[in-house]
Design a protein around this ligand. Sequence first.
Ligand code: GLN
Length: 311
Amino acid sequence: MPKNFETAEYRKVIDRIYDEVLPFRGKGKVADYIPALSEVDPRQFGIAIETLAGDTILKGDADTCFSIQSISKIYTLAMVMSHLGEKLWRSVRTEPSGNPFNSLIQLEYEKGIPRNPFINAGALVVTDRLIDIYPHPKEAILDFVRELSGNEDIYYDSRVAKSEREHADRNMALAYFIKSFGNIHNDVDTLIDVYCHQCSIAMSCVDLARSVLFLANRGVNPQDSKQILTESQAKRLGAVMSTCGFYDESGDFAFRVGLPGKSGVGGGIVAYLPEKLAISVWSPELNPFGNSLMGIEALERFTTDIESSIF
Ligand code: GLN
């Protein structure tokens, strides 16, 4: 039987895991294909837990803001799902791709319908729909993230956005290619501008953990009781996180950690245990799949130690 953990026990688990994972420092590689990301101090490491009971447990650099990158795909997907409902799934599928996050390879034979909303191709389609829906998409995304995390100070890091915009050839190629099949509606420059901004959002582990508590709580934000997604939509979002949140390492993440989660090339990961808690880990050094190396080590130890996962 899984144990019913109290705050003090989570505290002990996190302290232990932190020490166990520190020796992995130096074994990964900070992303450098977006130059601004390579300037971050690779030695940082933070963990934050937010429980549905209202407790916060922090360790290391849990309060430091970093570039959330692809974790932003959770927020844009939630926004678009809440407007389009089931219609969205005609334009993007819900199947793991088994390919790297920025791959073009499946798009041609699958006629511009991306495999899932978390690879870049799918996220671009989702952001394109968001631009259809919101007259001021960049403001709307920031408002949504601030609301979910309860932190009005969350911002776009304009240096990161500019750096990504200047190195966006691959994302531009993806967008033009999908547009050739009619599955992107808006001007590609506008789309890439919004996409680079959403990826540049700067948040801490605490902000990230708080921002997904609604998923652990059947779609309702426990901080203000607002229904963000229906229960069924929250299930769908969690299912896509569980099967596609870590690109071609998604199966391995399920195998080792067993939580719905999402990573970003800034080295952040956010995950949640339904009905219980959300956890975020950040360390900038990545493994070859573009996921935080120490982050996955820490999360694997976490679910092992607390003897709980979704499986
Ligand atoms: N902004 C990054 C990109 O589009 C996000 C990728 C990621 O975090 N995996 O390449």
